[in-house]
Design a protein around this ligand. Sequence first.
Ligand SMILES: Cc1cc2nc3c(=O)[nH]c(=O)nc-3n(C[C@H](O)[C@H](O)[C@H](O)COP(=O)(O)OP(=O)(O)OC[C@H]3O[C@@H](n4cnc5c(N)ncnc54)[C@H](O)[C@@H]3O)c2cc1C
Length: 370
Amino acid sequence: MNEIKRVLIVGSGIGGATAAYALRRVGIDVHCIDIKPESSSAGSGICLLHNTLRALDMIGLAQPCLESGMRFESFLQFDSAGQLLRSNPAPPSCGIRRPELARILESAAKNAGAVMDHGLTVESLNDRGDCVEVRFSDGREATYDLVVAADGAYSKLRQQVFGADCGPRFAGQSVWRFNAPRPDQVEGFCLYRSPSGRTVGSFPTSKDSCYIFYLETSKEPLRIPEDQAHLLIRERLAEYVAPAVREALEHVTEAKQVIFRPLDVTLVPAPWNRGRVVLMGDAAHAPTPQMTSGGGMAIEDAVVLAECLSTTTTAREALAAYSARRFDRVKVICDASFQLCQYEQQDPIGNREKSAALLLQTYQYLGQPF
Ligand SMILES: Cc1cc2nc3c(=O)[nH]c(=O)nc-3n(C[C@H](O)[C@H](O)[C@H](O)COP(=O)(O)OP(=O)(O)OC[C@H]3O[C@@H](n4cnc5c(N)ncnc54)[C@H](O)[C@@H]3O)c2cc1C
């Protein structure tokens, strides 16, 4: 049994909530906090790839995701008019709405006995070597054997403990996202290719819903008037006459339905701990979304961290094993995602074959044990 018996997880996103559950399963007391007042994950969709489903299955959570979302195994490419260009098999994946995934993970953690506190953050912490003293934003104080920073790509804890150098940088693209009712055509991971090299993507998030995304290249991070997002996305997708895209756009009538953000990337060098504070998920590694794997890597981190804590005796051993098992694998995914992002920026049409080959190779890599 490891000396770590009581853990604070900061952030209850995909990584933090999975870790809260995975650590409870191996008998560790978990307190998980989130700065957001209530459990609410912004409403877009997420693709759980084959490796992510395998990691979820290892802790018994794949089935509820498959029941709420929609499984698919095809990769479909269309032209901008909606004519099918190519249909390829894809690794078994599940599209799901983010709030649904958040509900499944958080209720699993709560039911397993994790204490989940919203509207709370860390004011200060003091790593004493054998424990970490924490002062919370509401003035409470507590002591933990380990603090897990699962507070996302802009992690304050990482900044505090690792310094500002590890912070994210702009990847040269911004993303537009929204949900829509699922047209019959969207039965796999779909890419709609326009003659100008633009690509709109979509995949099912349930039998009735789908998620649409569009990536836009720019030298500097794009700033848009957010109250105009619904009009701006229509302008950008004007050349698409594919019925599936047009129908989806008809449902976008208010700016708040569109989630827009510049893409930032980060990969913190190993080891991912300083003393008894350890990073996971986007706090340690935020890839661009081309491999649809950031959330999957966060889920794998959680599963591996729980395994390392349950199979070693000291904190030092467990955290060294965790970084050693995670870093190289995560780096392959971050590098591949960033390369795909570069291909799209440099020559989206000319690089399509290279992109397809890299995607396939990285899917195969993801299938390997972690
Ligand atoms: C456009 C796009 C598409 C994507 N598509 C996919 C996909 O299809 N598949 C996939 O696997 N991944 C995808 N990802 C990546 C995925 O969304 C992230 O990797 C994943 O959300 C990371 O989870 P996390 O828990 O580490 O961080 P987050 O989800 O960012 O959660 C961090 C949590 O910490 C909380 N927090 C922040 N600061 C504090 C603080 N100071 N104190 C307390 N709490 C705090 C936040 O409120 C939040 O709840 C995509 C990403 C983008 C940008």
